[in-house]
Design a protein around this ligand. Structure first.
Ligand code: ZN
Length: 266
């Protein structure tokens, strides 16, 4: 039996979903308010016989216990399975050394990006060099609490500022390169900061991990916007700036407002 089947066999879907949604017995099945759209009359049904769930309201979708946890906790299939396997006491196939190494690298890059975001944010809020950026953002009507919520930052107009800072706190040059924070010099004599003299918008995934950055110039130089390149944790085409802060409200309102730029989101 596969690990998925074993997990599903050992867990009762009614019990798992009850931890998220109060369910009432209705005939052979269970009924509750759908956690994926807002409603006053329950149209979310859990079927113990088939171990499946379905929303007969606005969502019109359903699935099994794994897909429920994926949707509710916003996890990948593998992550949801891991969580449920732990609950069910099922031993999952250990990851291969290569998978382990890749997962480890992603964790390192998220951590590195988080520290870079903190550095940029401190510069914007506290430094004298950040004053020009602070003035610009204030003129655009942004309040300090908005800048804090999005952890907006500032990159000094300097070729080495971020790189030196991160290396001083223990990061290796290869890691900075992998994260796209620095760029290799063509003559091979080291690296320089990708973001210079820019307002920095940390881009987070739905779970709040900093996966990349967008940088807007101050003044007239080009390009106006610069983004982190493709990295093991950043795929520009599959991330929505602000989703980590907006997802609960989107779920409640059943409406997502999409806008074009970072400043529009703010
Ligand atoms: Zn629904």
């Amino acid at each position: 039996m596969s690990a998925v089947d074993e997990v599903k066999q050992r867990l009762d879907i009614v019990q798992v979903i009850s931890a998220y949604v109060p369910l009432k017995k209705a005939g052979r099945n269970y009924k509750g308010l759908c956690p994926f759209h807002s409603e006053k009359t329950p149209s979310f049904i859990v079927f113990p016989d088939s171990q499946r769930w379905h929303c007969f309201g606005a969502c019109g979708t359903g699935g099994d216990v794994v897909s429920f946890v994926m949707k509710r906790e916003n996890l990948s299939f593998g992550e949801a399975l891991k969580l449920l396997a732990a609950r069910a006491g099922v031993q999952l196939q250990p990851p291969t050394p290569q998978q382990e190494a890749e997962a480890d690298e992603r964790r390192r890059l998220w951590d590195l990006n988080r520290q870079a975001a903190e550095y940029f944010h401190r510069l914007l809020i506290e430094s004298s060099e950040g004053a020009v950026a602070r003035r610009y953002l204030e003129q655009r009507g942004l309040r300090p609490e908005t800048l804090r919520a999005f952890q907006v930052g500032y990159a000094r107009d300097d070729w080495q500022a971020l790189g030196s800072h991160l290396k001083a706190i223990g990061w290796r040059e290869e890691e900075l390169l992998r994260a796209g924070l620095v760029i290799e010099r063509e003559d091979g004599s080291g690296t320089y900061d990708r973001f210079r003299g820019r307002i920095i918008f940390p881009i987070r995934d739905a779970r709040g991990r900093v996966c990349g950055f967008g940088g807007r110039v101050l003044g007239q130089s080009e390009p106006k916007y610069l983004n982190t390149p493709q990295t093991p944790v950043f795929d520009k085409g599959s991330v929505l700036f602000g989703i980590d802060l907006a997802r609960e409200a989107i779920r409640r309102a059943e409406t997502a407002v999409l806008v074009e730029g970072y400043m529009d989101v703010l």
